[in-house]
Structures are given as structure tokens and as C-alpha cells.
Design a protein around this ligand. Structure first.
Ligand SMILES: [Ca+2]
Ligand SMILES: [Ca+2]
Length: 154
């Protein structure tokens, strides 16, 4: 009986331990939590595909956006109100078909007025840029160097 009680006690202690681990799931140092994901702005200016690859090397993707609240949260990570940066949308597969690199549904947009315009010759614009003229998203030339925001799940 005493042994059974010890086992029971051990079981309870271990269960509580696990529950605690789940509760204290935190973002890595330097990343900011929002909802179920962690976000970080990187100031190193690189082209869009390098930005996505850099995110992937950190077990992340360029950030996707699914609501105005999330969009405003991303802006709050930028060092200044005029900073523009790469995030996770592109229409490089098929013109006008915008996707998120993290594979989440394309259920929200916040394009700046007149964007996306796929402008620029001979290079067209296929990569998502955040905070264009403080007005919203822009499709920019994927080759231009910019900072970027990565996102990963908790
Ligand atoms: Ca395009
Ligand atoms: Ca554009």
C-alpha cells in the first residue's frame, strides 16, 4: 500500500511537471511572442530569398499576416516608423497568385493603395514588402536588399 502511494505521488509529481513545461513555453531570447508564434526583426539588408532562407535556418519563415492586429504588431517590431522590410508573401510562382512561405491560408491582405502593381522593367515585382510609405504592403523587386521579419511557432 505504501509503495502504491509512492507510485501515485510520483505520477502526480511528473504530471504536474509536464503541465508546467507546457505552460512556460516561451519564445527564444530576442524573439517576441504574439499568439502562437514568435517574431523577430533582422536589420541585415538582404534580398527576399536570402531573407526567407535565413529565417528557415532558424526553424522559421518570413512572417505571414492574418489580421490587422497582427499587421500592427509587426510594425511595432520595426526600429522606426519609416522602416520597410521583407515579409512572407510572394507571387513568384504565378503572377498575381500571392502565397505565404509558411503555407498558411492567404486570408488577409493590407496592400498600400495602388499595390500590388508588379511594376519595374525588366524585373517585375513578386516579393512582399511591409510598411511601404507607411501605407501598407507593396510588391517589391525580390532582389533589393532590405531587413526582414521571421516568425516561428512556439
Ligand atoms: Ca508580381
Ligand atoms: Ca509595387
Amino acid at each position: 500500500m505504501a509503495m502504491l502511494r509512492s507510485f501515485l505521488l510520483l505520477f502526480i509529481v511528473f504530471s504536474m511537471g509536464n503541465a508546467e513545461v507546457n505552460l512556460v513555453k516561451k519564445c527564444p531570447y530576442g524573439w517576441t511572442n504574439f499568439g502562437v508564434r514568435c517574431y523577430k526583426f533582422f536589420s541585415q539588408a538582404v534580398n527576399w530569398i536570402t531573407a526567407e532562407k535565413n529565417c528557415q535556418s532558424l526553424d522559421a519563415n518570413l512572417a505571414s499576416v492574418h489580421s490587422k492586429i497582427e499587421h500592427d504588431f509587426l510594425l511595432s517590431l520595426l526600429p522606426s516608423s519609416s522602416t520597410r522590410c521583407w515579409f512572407g508573401t510572394h507571387d513568384g510562382e504565378q503572377e498575381g497568385q500571392w502565397l505565404w512561405t509558411d503555407g498558411t491560408p492567404y486570408d488577409y491582405t493590407y496592400w498600400a493603395p495602388g499595390q500590388p502593381d508588379n511594376k519595374g522593367e525588366p524585373i517585375t515585382e513578386n516579393c512582399g514588402e511591409l510598411n511601404f510609405e507607411n501605407k501598407g504592403w507593396n510588391d517589391g523587386s525580390c532582389l533589393s536588399p532590405q531587413g526582414y521579419i521571421c516568425a516561428k511557432y512556439l
